[in-house]
Design a protein around this ligand. Structure first.
Ligand code: HPA
Length: 270
């Protein structure tokens, strides 16, 4: 089953026919919001508002572990994360981009389910951080729906909540990052640890600091304006993605490096 994590501008999924809401407690604390379970384009899906229903949880306070654990525990095997980003190069406000790589600049966030407590040391492979299979479905959905979706980009994940300096963006550009956002990590890494297929549809809401029309400052009003119109495209795209998700019980989803969910249920979690 597909789960959609909605970011800024997507705290509700109006196209989801809601069956019920699940308030979940996890060994890692509470997810950002109740999970909204329902049908999207006739297929079962779960929606979770990453920043809470009222958009009150800033990126550095999101309980990423609880969010992913709860989604997996409720049967999600693939996660499509919607995230707003600033463009460093190659895209502009209003564009949708499907990153194929990421660079993690975040700090002070809990990065793993495997953090000791006497458990086995586990190193998850993260060479290709996004699921090729789920990315392929997103590209197919874009072709079906006629919604332009740029194939590939390097997501630079920062802690925020402040935006970057122009020099920080220059450095990220030199590193090879083509977009910058605040929520892509540890979300993608934790999904990998749980064996979930994960991809992210990034909505470009501004030129990054020092770039394009953000030469002297990033306009927050501009961001709000772009978000409103771009999310309509995202909703349409999601309806075309979900019909491509296999319906057999396991759905998509690779083998977990280990199974921290089972471990937590046995009492190894916190
Ligand atoms: N920087 C970091 N995160 C963001 C930006 C940005 O410019 N725009 C949207 N999310």
């Amino acid at each position: 089953m597909l789960a959609i994590i909605g970011g800024t501008g997507l705290t509700r999924l109006s196209t989801l026919a809601v069956a019920h809401r699940e308030v979940i407690r996890t060994p890692y604390g509470e997810p950002s919001a109740a999970l909204v379970v329902g049908e999207l384009a006739g297929r079962r899906a779960i929606f979770l508002a990453r920043h809470g229903h009222g958009h009150t949880i800033p990126p550095h306070r999101v309980n990423y572990r609880a969010n992913l654990w709860a989604l997996r525990q409720q049967g999600a095997r693939a996660i499509l994360a919607v995230a707003s980003v600033g463009a460093i190069r190659g895209a502009g406000p209003g564009d949708l981009v499907l990153p194929h790589q990421l660079i993690d600049y975040t700090w002070g966030r809990t990065q793993t389910f495997f953090d000791g407590n006497g458990a086995q040391v586990v190193h998850a492979d993260f060479t290709r951080p996004y699921s090729d299979e789920l990315r392929g479905m997103c590209l197919g959905a874009a072709a079906d729906s006629g919604i332009p979706l740029t194939d590939g980009g390097v997501y630079g994940a920062v802690s925020g909540p402040r935006l970057e300096t122009a020099a920080e963006i220059d450095r990220m550009d030199r590193d090879g990052a083509t977009m910058v956002g605040m929520t892509g990590m540890p979300e993608a890494g934790l999904a990998r640890e749980l064996g979930l297929d994960y991809a992210s549809v990034c909505v470009v809401v501004n030129h990054a600091a020092g770039r394009g029309d953000s030469t002297t400052q990033v306009s927050l009003e501009g961001i709000a304006r772009v978000l409103e119109t771009a999310m309509d495209k995202v909703r349409t795209l999601l309806e075309h993605v979900i019909v491509r998700i296999p319906t057999h019980p396991s759905g998509t989803g690779r083998d977990a490096a280990a199974d921290p969910v089972a471990g937590a249920e046995r009492g190894n979690g916190r």
